[in-house]
Design a protein around this ligand. Structure first.
Ligand SMILES: Cc1ncc(COP(=O)(O)O)c(C=O)c1O
Length: 393
């Protein structure tokens, strides 16, 4: 089937809730994708952050192949060897917490919201302070937590108990705390919101505030996690620890998995019967997650993300001197935003024509999140295409 034929079938049978490019992909390897018509693309935004190791990483593929022949699913009333092994990896690589597995980022956020509410329920504390311009997913509570009106439109009434304050504004957070406040929810780097990085003072201040006011600090690392920013988890840049952390996207190397990591002292909040999901932490996805961890740790990919990210940033800063269309470059590691003085939509379309996949968020921010495995040659190739497009803008 050609991309066009595939598109026609979508139009007949698939709900049209995504904006589409008309391209159908049939194969991926590392930073490369092939479409149904045989064209090859360089992917600098693999799977919206899912394919952190690139497409079809051999370790992930072979783990999935092996696991598929052994055991695909058992209910969470039974144990299997891979869920707790992945939980141990996550716990030891982060803050020694306990892990709950689910299937997506939004579901991890839902889980965190439920944990916060149950934790605060004895004192009737349930309010969560989230950030303006944030993004936490599309389920009803996650979208309510998301601090952008455009994502709320048409979904009223939203869930109660959320307020939104400007990102990086500690005073605003302080001024919003009430007797009902239970937690603060924040992305260390706002991804969909346009790659805005939390300042050190803000993150340290939030930790202090949470300690002083007995609030839970919930960090959404769905996009920033798993080595992308140059540390396994982005909070590790700040010398603080959260009480709750959410993960998803690149944790599974391409398979759907989400996780909530919870400080050990909160181990008795979600007792049996309070929270669950049928597929969460199944053998196939946790085996894939273990392969992701092994690839990151053995391949020293966090250090690589920092190194390649520095290179990417340096090259972009050189471009910023040449092309006035670039206003600002932000980010950490391989999570980079290029804010433009104009809409970035046409630039994304033109890059796609030249077979480079990038993203634009918040109208003006080009989002570049190459795989942690991207090679220097691939990086140069992608930057050359981007520069070619910027030169004609
Ligand atoms: C920070 C953050 N949290 C939550 C989500 C929602 O994840 P999912 O799309 O897997 O539900 C996203 C998705 O982009 C995200 O970037």
């Amino acid at each position: 089937m050609t991309s066009k034929q595939i598109r026609q079938q979508y139009e007949k049978y698939v709900l049209p809730n995504y904006s589409k490019t008309g391209i159908a992909f049939v194969r991926g390897k590392g930073s490369w994708l092939w479409d149904a018509d045989g064209n090859k693309y360089l992917d600098f935004f693999p799977g919206w952050g899912v394919n952190g190791l690139g497409h079809c990483h051999p370790k992930v593929v072979s783990a999935i192949r092996d696991q598929a022949g052994k055991l695909l699913h058992v209910s969470n009333n039974y144990d299997h060897p891979w869920q707790a092994t992945l939980a141990e990896k996550i716990s030891k690589a982060s803050f020694g917490g306990l892990v709950y597995f689910c299937n997506s980022g939004a579901e991890a956020i839902e889980s965190a919201i439920k944990l916060v509410r149950r934790w605060g329920s004895a004192e009737e504390r349930y309010e969560i302070i989230a950030m303006k311009n944030s993004f936490h997913g599309r389920t009803l509570a996650a979208v309510t937590a998301t601090g952008q009106d455009k994502h709320h439109e048409g979904f009223a009434p939203l869930v109660q108990g959320f307020s939104h304050v400007p990102f990086n504004d500690l005073e605003a957070v302080c001024g919003t705390i009430t007797a009902k406040t239970a937690a603060i929810l924040v992305e260390p780097i706002q991804g969909e919101g346009g790659i805005h990085v939390a300042t050190s003072e803000f993150m340290k201040g939030l930790r202090k505030l949470c300690n002083e006011r007995r609030l839970l600090l919930v960090l959404d690392e769905v996009q920033t996690g798993m080595g992308r920013t140059g540390k396994m988890f982005c909070y590790q840049h700040y010398g603080i620890q959260p009480d709750v952390m959410t993960l998803a996207k690149s944790l599974g190397g391409g398979v759907p998995i989400g996780a909530m990591v919870v400080d050990k002292r909160l181990n008795n909040v979600l007792v049996p019967g309070t929270h669950a999901t049928t597929f969460g932490g199944g053998p196939l996805v946790t085996r894939a997650g273990l392969a992701v961890f092994e690839a990151i740790q053995k391949g020293k990919l966090t250090q690589r993300a920092a190194r390649m990210g520095n290179y990417l940033r340096k090259r972009l800063e050189q471009m910023a001197k040449k092309y006035l269309v670039i206003q600002e470059i932000r980010g950490k590691g391989l999570m980079i935003g290029v804010e433009l003085v104009q809409s970035g939509k046409e630039i994304v379309v033109e890059c796609l024509k030249r077979r480079l996949l990038i993203n634009c968020t918040q109208e003006k921010v080009l989002r570049l999140m190459p795989a942690l495995t991207v090679t220097p040659a691939e990086m140069d190739q992608g930057l050359e295409i981007l520069e070619g497009v910027l030169a004609t803008t």
